[in-house]
Design a protein. Structure first.
Length: 461
């Protein structure tokens, strides 16, 4: 009996460790930010579910960075210290208490490290700004918006590299700390152009990035409801993104997406404020050579890139030759033929309302008969969430024969509009079963948004 009791205690202790790892993982994917954490997990039902089930059956663990290790170590050490004086016959209820309070312990550990983290970041920002200030021949191009940042950055860097020594922020490192660390460790002092993707979750963040890198050129790619749960309104999002333009020097060059209502408004505002402003509004230039099969939203991004390339002195011939050599699949939508000759559109790099609608438009243009989308619900949209997912559901009904939705959050809104075409399923084995009879040369599948690796790597794809 004592042996069985010991096994039960070990099992509960293992569940405690699993729960602690899960909560560290949740905080890490939200960059240890309370605003982002609450924007996605603040719903009481979702929090209660996580609290009781500690991540459910799946095992989640953070990427083992120094900060994640320290947070886990502190929480684990506290649990061990508290366990030492507990009598053996009370061990089981003690571990149940630790299990239930693991979210609180992780929360306290996250904020324990906040003060030293802020201090360390300020030192990194200062050193990065000092390095940029010393690079007198460097031109910095800032790119921001709710969507289109990464593809615009990639296109611009590839085109400009035909004439200049170009550096760019890597992958999706678009926060203050990510950019500052890259400046210190990855920005060559020989660089002539530095292309910086700038992300933000609240007002003031882009201004601080500008304080580090001092951009002379700014591109606003487009604004929508993405992260509205954090900004609170489209107007606040506009103000946050406009910080890039406001922090350009007097002789700076501002480029606005003229096809997006909210960036167009900002462009008109900038022109009214600065009658002699050096600025451009760009629109879709579908007549660019060798890009006939490019999704329309990429053509739009390319139009903004061309404006900057011209401003920096590249001729039309140089730009056209550079465009011919662009790898349009880098950090963006990719198309390829999978097994059984299925056409796959991989748009899993990220997702936002405009991007999903553009991807569905691209899916609609494909000549194949049977059209499928696999996607999760979108996050951090705040009060606009239900209406946006209803719009996505309407578009799915128009375009798709089957929609496999992998998360539950706003599935009801999609289902109400898409009807029987929409199915909720996140198990990769069951998704594979749903696709089994549909994988042939008549089918095109759109993989949209940040899907699990299990879904992406389904064997027939």
């Amino acid at each position: 009996m004592e042996f069985l009791f010991g096994i039960i205690i070990l099992g509960i202790a293992a569940l405690c460790v699993k729960a602690i790892l899960f909560w560290v993982y949740l905080w890490q994917i939200k960059e240890y930010r309370l605003d982002r954490f609450l924007a996605e997990y603040g719903d009481s039902k979702k929090l209660l579910k996580f609290w009781i089930f500690g991540g459910g059956r799946s095992f989640k663990q953070p990427k083992w960075t120094a900060k994640a290790i320290l947070i886990f170590a502190v929480v684990f050490a506290v649990a061990v210290v508290l366990a030492l004086p507990v009598p053996y016959d009370l061990t089981l209820p003690f571990y149940l208490v630790i299990y239930l309070f693991s979210p609180t312990l992780v929360f306290l550990a996250v904020f324990l490290f906040k003060i030293p983290t802020v201090f360390t970041k300020k030192i990194i920002y200062f050193r990065a700004a000092r390095k940029i200030a010393k690079m007198k021949n460097l031109t910095v191009v800032g790119i921001t918006g709710s969507f289109g940042k990464s593809s615009t950055k990639e296109f611009l860097a590839q085109i400009l590299s035909r004439k200049f020594r170009v550096a760019k922020t890597p992958a999706n490192q678009n926060t203050e700390i990510g950019i500052a660390k890259f400046v210190l460790a990855g920005l060559p002092e020989t660089a002539e152009i530095f292309v910086v993707e700038m992300g933000a979750y609240k007002m003031g963040e882009i201004k601080r990035i500008c304080g580090i890198v001092k951009p002379q050129i700014g591109i606003l790619t487009g604004i929508d409801e993405q992260h509205m749960a954090l900004f609170g309104s489209i107007e606040n999002t506009q103000k946050a993104k406009f910080e890039l333009i406001e922090n350009l020097p007097k002789d700076g060059f501002a480029v606005f997406n003229g096809e997006n209502k909210y960036t167009r408004e900002l462009g008109e505002k900038w022109r009214e404020r600065n009658h002699n402003a050096n600025m451009r509004m760009y629109a879709n230039t579908a007549n660019v050579a060798n890009v006939e099969n490019l999704p329309p939203h990429y053509l739009l991004n390319l139009a903004g890139v061309i404006e900057v390339a011209k401003y920096l002195g590249m001729s039309d011939v140089e730009i056209e030759e550079a465009i011919k050599r662009i790898d349009f699949s880098d950090k963006g939508m990719k198309t390829f033929i999978g097994k059984n000759n299925v056409l796959v559109i991989d748009d899993t790099y990220s997702a936002n309302p405009d991007g999903v609608m553009a991807a569905l438009d691209f899916l609609a243009r494909q000549p194949r008969k049977y059209k499928i989308i696999i996607m999760p619900c979108l996050i951090e949209l705040g009060l606009a969430s239900k209406e946006i997912h209803r719009k996505i559901g309407k578009k799915i009904k128009e375009v798709c024969d089957l929609a496999i939705i992998t998360t539950r959050d706003y599935f009801t809104e999609i289902k109400n509009e898409a009807g029987s075409k929409a199915i909720l399923e996140n198990n990769s084995g069951k998704v594979k079963e749903l696709l089994k009879d549909k994988l042939n040369s008549d089918t095109v599948i759109l993989l949209e948004g940040r899907l699990s690796q299990g879904i992406i790597s389904i064997n027939p794809l």
